[in-house]
Design a protein around this ligand. Structure first.
Ligand SMILES: [Zn+2]
Length: 138
């Protein structure tokens, strides 16, 4: 899996060093990262679609799509914004302003080779944990 060790550490700490599914405590060198929405269902490599997972649960889960994936991805996305893990890429605005706007996101809109989140006024296009485009809506 092509994910930086920094991101892996972040996900591990965020998930309190436990398997997301069975809540078993895991040493860092024993974890796997699970795509909450599977790659085969357009799940991305962003930190908000990856959870800490023990080998057993990862195998058990396989390619199933969790029913609550939209809520979970939205929740993990907002957590990542709070933790300053979601940055702008080539945007002419301050990180402070971007963060304030991102915290208003209330909907996972679409998944493609990038992810689209929406607030009441803006749509955010995100790839590799970076916002690369913002569109005003309404
Ligand atoms: Zn587990």
């Amino acid at each position: 899996m092509n994910i930086s060790n920094v991101d892996k550490q972040y996900i591990y700490m965020r998930d309190e060093c436990k398997c997301y599914y069975c809540k078993k405590s895991l040493k860092f060198n024993k974890i796997t990262l699970d795509h909450y929405l599977p790659k085969s269902k357009k799940g991305t490599m962003d930190v908000f679609n990856l959870v800490t997972c023990c080998k057993f649960c990862n195998k058990l889960k396989g390619n199933r799509t969790p029913e609550d994936y939209k809520e979970v991805i939205l929740h993990l996305f907002l957590k990542a914004v709070e933790d300053n893990r979601i940055l702008g890429s080539g945007l002419k605005l301050s990180q402070k302003f971007l963060k304030e706007e991102l915290l208003k996101v209330n909907k996972l809109e679409d998944l493609n080779d990038h992810v689209t989140f929406q607030s009441d006024t803006k749509r955010f296009y995100i790839k590799n944990n970076k916002v690369f485009k913002i569109v005003n809506i309404n």
